[in-house]
Design a binder for this molecule. Structure first.
Ligand code: NAP
Length: 233
């Protein structure tokens, strides 16, 4: 061990598809956990937050003053995306259902749209970035809601979207983008700084003990969690 002293409180994302109390990780895959977070709060960060960061900053080129719409603003990726977009100085519209309007406003959205009552596509507003965090609205549906050089970002891939991604990379000014966000320790270091500066926090819906992992999965698989679900050991 070269980078950390014994007992150092680190955070990072391990192998997918396992639940365990202990795991071996290469030192360079973890970094110091934010000092102002509990382990539960910190555990919610390394998977969801870097994905939203990479989509908005690396693929969307988010800038201060941009008009950004986050579809699925109350989910794991969405709650981090709203806060990150605000951090980058964007004017943020969050789309969620009635029960989550208050939550999405509380984490900084300037405006919220209840998808059970209103369709943002029919609203006539246009955005520099539409971040489709939950994969519910396709690029063709969102296209008229994008500014002339607007970017549609999707965390969920479909064959038509991959074709459109290739097509829009060559033709037209509106772009459609999907990626599998890579895991980068620099992102976790960057996020730690934002968290310690009070710019970003984890939204925890529920926490389950490891013994109730089946119930935890059942709940998450309903696709209606608010922010994140964590497992305690
Ligand atoms: N490409 C990548 O690298 C990458 C990485 C990580 C995750 N992903 C994908 O990203 C997606 C989102 O992950 P997640 O963990 O953020 O999901 P999640 O937390 O399960 O999303 C649940 C949220 O979605 C909202 N929602 C459901 N239907 C909606 C609709 N029609 N319009 C707007 N919001 C709606 C729910 O709100 P209500 O309860 O109010 O409906 C709930 O708050 C997943 O499909 C995941 O596989 C991709």
């Amino acid at each position: 061990m070269k980078l950390f002293r014994k007992g150092a409180q680190v955070y990072g994302a391990g192998q997918m598809g396992v639940h365990a109390e202990y795991t071996c990780m290469p030192e360079e895959k973890v970094t110091m956990k934010p000092t102002n977070m509990t382990y539960e709060e910190a555990a919610a960060v390394p998977f969801a937050a870097p994905v939203s960061l990479q989509f908005l900053r690396n693929k969307g080129g988010i800038q201060s003053g941009h008009k950004v719409l986050i579809n699925g603003a109350s989910g794991g990726l969405g709650t981090f995306a709203v806060q990150l977009a605000k951090y980058f100085g964007a004017e943020v519209t969050g789309v969620c259902s009635t029960t989550n309007l208050e939550l999405v406003q509380s984490i900084g959205a300037d405006r919220v749209i209840d998808y059970t009552k209103e369709d943002f596509i029919k609203e006539g507003q246009t955005y520099d970035i539409i971040f489709n965090a939950v994969g519910k609205n396709s690029f063709p549906k969102c296209k008229s809601s994008l500014n002339q050089k607007g970017i549609y970002l999707s965390t969920v891939a479909t064959i038509p979207l991959l074709v459109l991604m290739l097509w829009t990379s060559m033709i037209g000014s509106k772009k459609a983008i999907f990626m599998m966000a890579p895991y980068r320790i620099e992102d976790l270091i960057f996020l730690k700084e934002l968290i310690e500066a009070g710019k970003i926090k984890s939204v925890i819906d529920r926490s389950y003990p490891l013994e109730q992992i089946v119930e935890a999965h059942r709940y998450v698989e309903k696709n209606h969690k608010k922010g994140n679900v964590v497992i305690t050991v």
